[in-house]
Design a protein around this ligand. Structure first.
Ligand code: SF4
Length: 283
């Protein structure tokens, strides 16, 4: 982008400053639904309607048509994406996911090859005291709790599951340090089971910006997403949204001008907009 030129902020009215005003009677709901309006070509009217009869339909952010359009565009933006945590088996993925809390995948990927070289099997971890692991994972943050979780999970896997990471949600949830988010990562990525939707910080923020949920509790957000997204897409959707959150829809200043979802997104904190913004669509 040339120096001195930056995307314009959306006007409070939701219309982007300098955009050509289109008379309301000439606006029709977009195929993606609701209050998202698109201009009618000059001199053309809707089949069977005069422009005078064009009215706004009630906006439903989770209308099937809109959700399908969001999924389609995410597929276009991020085809075939998967988990960014380096792993060779379910145990390594489980450890990496536990370490990734409040850390970055890049940082975790720097740490895990070293610890798996030092302790190659789940039995090696089970034989440790948490304090012995702490120095190796210190740089990922919250290392005392994480050490307890990793060593505790290893002990339980060895004692209760024959040394194999369980592939059922209820069994995974019995492991220390494993909640639904971690279990969903392991089930979806390694076991290819769509048992839920991973709700991490990116999925939390973007689901709210896109008005796919109004909740702020990750468990309730997951339930909302499971209702509107086809089950076979649960894992892919989470991976795609996580990538979107890293690349474009970042927390502080989303790059809306380059976003393929722009004209169906009404987030209150958009940095550029061609559609109305909604006060309630907050990250
Ligand atoms: S338009 Fe902006 S706020 Fe909406 S999804 Fe894209 S980057 Fe995020």
């Amino acid at each position: 982008m040339p120096r001195g030129i930056s995307p314009r902020r959306p006007a409070k009215t939701g219309r982007h400053e300098g955009a050509r005003a289109v008379p309301r009677a000439r606006l029709v709901p977009s195929p993606a639904g609701g209050r998202d309006l698109r201009p009618v070509q000059p001199g053309r009217s809707l089949p069977g309607k005069t422009t005078a009869t064009v009215t706004r339909s009630k906006y439903n952010p989770v209308a099937q048509e809109r959700v399908s359009e969001i999924l389609k565009r995410l597929d276009q933006l991020y085809p075939g994406v998967t988990c960014a945590l380096t792993h060779r088996n379910a145990w390594e993925l489980l450890v990496a996911t536990i370490l990734s809390a409040q850390s970055t995948d890049v940082r975790v990927n720097m740490v895990t090859p070293e610890i798996f070289k030092k302790y190659p099997t789940v039995q090696d971890f089970a034989a440790l005291k948490p304090e012995q692991l702490e120095p190796d994972i210190r740089s990922t943050g919250f290392f005392r709790n994480k050490s307890k979780s990793v060593v505790g999970a290893a002990k339980k896997i060895v004692s209760d599951f024959g040394g194999e990471v369980p592939s059922e949600m209820d069994q995974l949830l019995t492991l220390p340090g494993v909640a639904r988010k971690t279990a969903n990562v392991v089930l979806g990525t390694w076991f290819k089971k769509n048992e839920g939707v991973v709700v991490d910080t990116h999925v939390y923020r973007i689901s709210r910006r896109l008005e796919l949920t109004r909740h702020d509790d990750p468990k309730k957000i997951e339930q909302d997403l499971m209702k509107i997204i086809p089950r076979e897409k649960w894992t892919d959707f989470a991976h795609q949204v996580i990538w979107h959150g890293r690349k474009l829809c970042i927390a502080r200043r989303p790059n809306c001008a380059d976003c393929l979802l722009e004209n169906i997104c009404h987030a209150a904190d958009k940095t550029w907009s061609t559609v109305e913004t909604h006060k309630s669509a907050k990250p």
